[in-house]
Design a protein around this ligand. Structure first.
Ligand SMILES: Nc1ncnc2c1ncn2[C@@H]1O[C@H](COP(=O)(O)OP(=O)(O)OP(=O)(O)O)[C@@H](O)[C@H]1O
Ligand SMILES: [Mg+2]
Length: 278
C-alpha cells in the first residue's frame, strides 16, 4: 500500500560487472546483484575490500570495464535527480553556511527560496542541527558536518539512497537515533537504500539483506537474508535470539574474509601482466 508521501524506490541491477583501477588492480570480477525497489541492502566487509568503489560504481561515478549497472533499466549517471549519495566524509562547500549547503541541491532544481528553506529546515531539524543554520562548516564538529550532508541528500527525496558509512563519526546515542530516523523515513518514503557500514549490529538492525564483500578481486563473499520482523525497535530487536544468531554468523563471515590472504606483490604483478596481455 502506498502512503501519503510515498515516493517508492528504483530497482538496481548489476550484471557481470568487472572493474579495475587504472593500475590494473582488479576490484570486482563478474559481480551480479539485484536490488529490489524499496529494498534496504546493507554492505559489510573489511577495510579496503571495495565497499566505496562498489558505491561509486552504483552512482555512475566510475564506469565498469565490462558488464552493466542499471537503474530502472537504464545506465546510471551521477546527475540522476533520483539518486542521493552520502559520502564517507562529509563534503560541504566551506564557503556556504549550513542551511545554504543543505538547500544547495534544491537550488539547483530551480526551486524558489522560501520553499527550499522550508524543506532544508525540516531536514536540518531531523538530523538535530536546528539552531546551526548560519554556521560555516569549519565551525561544526565532524559528526555535525556529516549530519548536514545527510540532510542535504534527503532534501531531494531520492528514490535510490547510497550511503557510505554515514553514521560512523557519530557517538552511539546519536547513531541509534539516526538509525531510527532513517528507518522511519524509509518506511514513509520507501526508497531503495544501499548502506555501507563497519557495524554488524547496525547492518542487522536496519536492513532486509546483508552482503559481505570478499577481498579483491572478488565480489560478494556471502549474503544473509535478514528476517527480523518490522517495524523494529532497537531494544526489542536486540533482545531477540535471531539478532544474535545473525551477529555471530556475520562475525564469522567477516573473520573468514579477513583471513583471506591479501594479494602479495607477485600476485599483483601477475594480474597486471594478465590485464596487459588480455
Ligand atoms: N582511486 C583509486 N585508485 C587506485 N586504487 C584505489 C582507488 N581507490 C581505492 N583504491 C583501492 O581499491 C581498494 C578498495 O578501496 P575502497 O575505498 O573501495 O575500500 P573500502 O572497502 O571502502 O575501505 P574502507 O572500509 O576503508 O572505506 C583498496 O585496495 C584501495 O587501495
Ligand atoms: Mg570506504
Amino acid at each position: 500500500m502506498t502512503k501519503g508521501n510515498h515516493i517508492g524506490g528504483d530497482n538496481l541491477v548489476i550484471e557481470d560487472l568487472n572493474f579495475a583501477y587504472s593500475n590494473n588492480l582488479k576490484i570486482f570480477e563478474k559481480l551480479n546483484i539485484d536490488v529490489k525497489p524499496g529494498e534496504f541492502l546493507a554492505v559489510l566487509g573489511p577495510s579496503g575490500c571495495g565497499k566505496t568503489t562498489f558505491l561509486n560504481l552504483l552512482a555512475g561515478f566510475y564506469q565498469p570495464d565490462s558488464g552493466t549497472s542499471q537503474l530502472r533499466g537504464e545506465a546510471i549517471t551521477p546527475e540522476d535527480p533520483h539518486l542521493g549519495y552520502i559520502f564517507q566524509a562529509a563534503n560541504l562547500f566551506p564557503w556556504l553556511n549550513t542551511i545554504e549547503n543543505v538547500e544547495f541541491g534544491l537550488r539547483m532544481t530551480g526551486m524558489g527560496p522560501e520553499k527550499r528553506r522550508e524543506i532544508a529546515l525540516k531536514n536540518l531539524e531531523m538530523v538535530g542541527l536546528k539552531g546551526f543554520e548560519e554556521f560555516l562548516p569549519n565551525k561544526l564538529s565532524g559528526g555535525m558536518r556529516q549530519r548536514a550532508s545527510i540532510a542535504r541528500a534527503l532534501c531531494l527525496e531520492p528514490h535510490l539512497l547510497l550511503m557510505d558509512e554515514p553514521f560512523s563519526a557519530l557517538d552511539e546515542i546519536l547513531r541509534d537515533k539516526m538509525n531510527d530516523e532513517l528507518l522511519q523515513l524509509w518506511d514513509q518514503l520507501g526508497q531503495t537504500i544501499v548502506f555501507i557500514t563497519h557495524s554488524i549490529e547496525e547492518a542487522i538492525y536496519l536492513s532486509d539483506r546483508i552482503l559481505v564483500l570478499a577481498r579483491p578481486p572478488g565480489g560478494i563473499y556471502k549474503e544473509v537474508i535478514n528476517k527480523l520482523p518490522r517495524p523494529r525497535d532497537l531494544r526489542e530487536t536486540k533482545s531477540s535470539e535471531l539478532f544474535w544468531e545473525y551477529k555471530k554468523e556475520l562475525n564469522n563471515l567477516i573473520q573468514e574474509v579477513q583471513a583471506q590472504a591479501p594479494l602479495d606483490e607477485s600476485e599483483i604483478a601477475e594480474l597486471e601482466l594478465g590485464a596487459k596481455n588480455g
